[in-house]
Design a protein around this ligand. Structure first.
Ligand code: MLT
Length: 325
């Protein structure tokens, strides 16, 4: 009897402590690992939602850019961080969708090694080029790329990044193999595209709107069924003659596996409040981001979604025959 009481008391104490911990969380600034260079889409989305989350949580969300290996270096660091909620990470369709098929020795399982917090933004993919790239529209682009593939440099953010994976899909559809140039993120890659040092890129819209509107780079099409309200003059791939090239990416926040559920719930709530904040919504929408609504929010939905994404991308990547390190 005594033993049962003791065990019961310990369990009750643990529950209370967990609840009390969650109540106090966060007790210090929260580190957000962004697995790509500053200034790129993953970084920009993390900073936009993080700014409002800081207000809700009462502690600064501090971005730490940990680059390398298409984002898997930073995510591996995040997966192994102390699971107390004070270290989270911004992953995306590459790190938590394509990576397992491209990295046989990946040090994490996107479906098992995280406590999903929630989707931050959907990000339509665009086919873009340096401003003096010869083809004047997507039809000419396809013909030109097929005829000159070996002379064309394609910039991306490392094997299994969104930019790499989505341009891999494009190459596969066109039956070509471009010369790939890897960067620490599509922020730095975009600088070289504007400078004309590289020729083309497949990238997330939130990285490109300003440069497209400013005429610094050329946008051939957006790979979504409808045009983006942020870029109404850019045709869809369907309108422009490449209907099979349909792809969108997404960015989402994750905590390490084992982070207490009440803490994860607090982080999910802060993310959701950010996505409901008018000023935060405007910043994301102006960049062409797609805001998750209703049942698309929270960790449960994200967990299911990640499993679906890994299952979706694995056969696409295997068919394209690409493996990372
Ligand atoms: C990617 O290509 O995965 C991302 O755009 C990289 C980044 O956020 O810089």
């Amino acid at each position: 009897m005594l033993k049962k009481t003791f065990v019961g008391a310990v369990a009750a104490l643990a529950l209370w402590a967990g609840g009390a911990f969650a109540q106090a969380f966060p007790t210090k600034p929260v580190t957000v690992i962004v697995p790509f260079a500053a200034g790129g889409p993953t970084d920009v989305i993390a900073r936009i939602v993080g700014e409002h989350m800081s207000k809700t949580l009462g502690q600064q969300l501090v971005i730490e850019n940990v680059v390398g290996a298409g984002g898997t270096t930073g995510i591996t660091r995040g997966a192994q961080a102390t699971a107390d909620g004070h270290t989270i990470m911004m992953g995306h369709m590459g790190t938590h969708g394509a990576a397992p098929a491209m990295y046989p020795n990946l040090k994490y399982d996107p479906t098992k090694d995280f406590a999903p917090i929630g989707l931050a933004a959907g990000t339509p993919i665009l086919i873009v080029a340096k401003k003096d790239f010869q083809p004047k529209d997507l039809k000419e682009f396809v013909a030109y790329v097929k005829a000159n593939a070996t002379k064309i440099n394609e910039a991306h953010a490392g094997i299994a990044s969104v930019s790499h994976t989505t341009c891999l899909m494009l190459q596969h559809q066109l039956g070509v193999k471009l010369t790939e140039v890897a960067y620490r993120g599509t922020g730095p890659a975009l600088n070289d595209l504007v400078g004309g040092q590289v020729d083309i890129m497949c990238d997330q819209i939130v990285n490109l709107v300003e440069q497209i509107k400013g005429g610094q780079i050329k946008a051939y099409a957006v790979a979504t069924p409808e045009r983006s309200p942020a870029l109404p003059d850019v045709p869809t791939t369907k309108e422009a003659g490449l209907p099979d090239y349909q792809v969108s990416a997404w960015n989402a926040l994750f905590a390490p596996k084992g982070t207490p559920a009440p803490v994860v719930a607090k982080l999910s709530d802060a993310l959701s409040k950010a996505l409901d904040d008018p000023a935060t919504r405007k910043r994301l929408l102006d960049l062409g981001g797609v805001i998750p609504e209703g049942q698309q929010r929270g960790g449960t939905y994200l967990g299911t979604f990640v499993a679906q994404e890994v299952a979706r991308w694995t056969p696409i990547i295997k068919a394209a025959g690409v493996v990372g390190q």
